[in-house]
Design a binder for this molecule. Structure first.
Ligand code: ZN
Length: 400
């Protein structure tokens, strides 16, 4: 009888320990206790389309970041990318891009103002930590595509004053600053104007974002920048061979620069997964119909985006998983250490994994990190500590 009692107590203990592993007692407690920041989302695109009420939980595909999802996923801060598709490189179009960037910032400010009891715009790690203490979410801003800077070097200071804390130098096509990873060789790296922009960004304390730029552009930025740089949403090219990802040599240079790579969870950059051929041909046809998404009017752009979302619903992509994503983190950490990696999801711009589709599911990444033996201190660095270290160093260098 006594023996039986002992056995059942042991069984109970075993069950309790299993329960502890599978609930809040483990990874989620760590996830909630560290400051979590996502360095790249295209949520302003959704705001500009009027397709998103940031204050409510928006169901349906394509809406990855809103306040209820941030609360559920314990995401404390997010960088909203002020995204500009690359258009013609003429003075008129540069002026339009500059004005559009300002309009997007206006919209973000209005949306945050409408929800100010629950979030606020911040431009430093200190402000973000202060908001977390008050239970509010921190909204940072960056510009995705130096197209917004046109040929006006003063635009760097202007956007800094408006709260922008990084500029991704280009997008999927070359611009007047530098060559893109997805375009043909133009300047062979940075243009003379691009070199001036690098120096000016160092001077004002704006972070340089090397995601999307060509390999030559990357090496030239690293050589020229006095401050650490970020790759706001990129992965490892050794793990997934995509031009948007960084090679091991680039990662080693990034470490030397004291910069940080923020892992992008866009499936194509994580793992090459064969897709339904019908999906491929439908998207190819859409691209032809809308002229490769270039030179479109605002109305056509909206139509193309809606058609793109419809196709996503009709032929859902086969996606990589959190396990695949953490393989990239493992590789980067083994190569350059724990101090140079973070997370930039690209949510609302194509980012999302089979088992992490929006901000509410981000704790799954922490769970995988814990399963692989990462400590709370490691996880704190990955979820924002490293990015904030770079932010503070860039600001400190500018101040001196
Ligand atoms: Zn991007």
């Amino acid at each position: 009888m006594k023996k039986q009692f002992c056995l059942s107590m042991a069984t109970l203990g075993f069950c309790l320990s299993l329960y502890a592993q599978n609930t809040d007692a483990g990874y989620f407690v760590i996830h909630k206790s560290v400051f979590t920041v996502d360095s790249h989302t295209d949520t302003p695109l959704r705001l500009m389309e009027g397709a998103l009420d940031f204050g409510t939980d928006n169901p349906g595909a394509g809406n990855c970041v809103d306040l209820p999802k941030m609360v559920k996923g314990s995401l404390d801060g997010v960088f909203f990318a002020v995204f500009l598709g690359q258009g013609a490189r003429t003075p008129e179009k540069h002026e339009q891009a500059y004005l559009m960037a300002n309009r997007i910032i206006d919209t973000v400010e209005q949306v945050v103002k409408r929800n100010e009891s629950r979030c606020g715009i911040v431009d430093s790690p200190f402000q973000a930590y202060e908001l977390k203490k008050k239970g509010r979410k921190a909204i940072f801003m960056g510009i995705e595509n130096g197209y917004a800077l046109g040929h006006n070097i003063d635009a760097v200071g202007h956007f800094y004053k408006r709260g922008i804390r990084y500029v991704t130098l280009c997008h999927t096509r070359n611009n007047d600053l530098c060559d893109s990873a997805n375009d043909t060789i133009g300047f062979g790296g940075l243009s003379d104007y691009g070199k001036k922009v690098v120096k000016e960004m160092n001077r004002v304390g704006m972070m340089l974002d090397v995601s999307h730029i060509s390999d030559s552009s990357f090496y030239q930025v690293i050589r020229l920048s006095a401050a650490p740089v970020i790759a706001s949403h990129s992965c490892s090219r050794t793990i997934c061979d995509n031009k948007r990802n960084l090679t091991d040599d680039m990662l080693l240079k990034l470490k030397k620069n004291r910069g940080v790579i923020q892992l992008c969870i866009l499936s194509d950059y994580i793992k090459d997964i064969p897709q339904d051929p019908r999906r491929d041909s439908a998207f190819k046809a859409l691209r032809v119909k809308y002229n490769g998404f270039s030179g479109l009017s605002d109305e056509e752009t909206q139509k193309a985006r809606r058609a793109w979302h419809d196709l996503q619903q009709q032929y859902p992509a086969r996606l990589a998983t959190v396990t695949d994503a953490v393989d990239h983190i493992d590789h980067i950490v083994k190569l350059i250490g724990i101090d140079y990696v973070g997370i930039g999801t690209d949510f609302d711009g194509g980012g999302g994994l089979a088992d992490c589709r929006d901000a509410s599911q981000l704790p799954a990444i922490t769970q995988e990190l814990v399963n692989r033996g990462y400590t709370k201190q490691d996880i704190e660095k990955i979820w924002g500590g490293n990015l904030f270290r770079v932010m503070n160093e860039v600001a400190g260098l500018a101040a001196h």
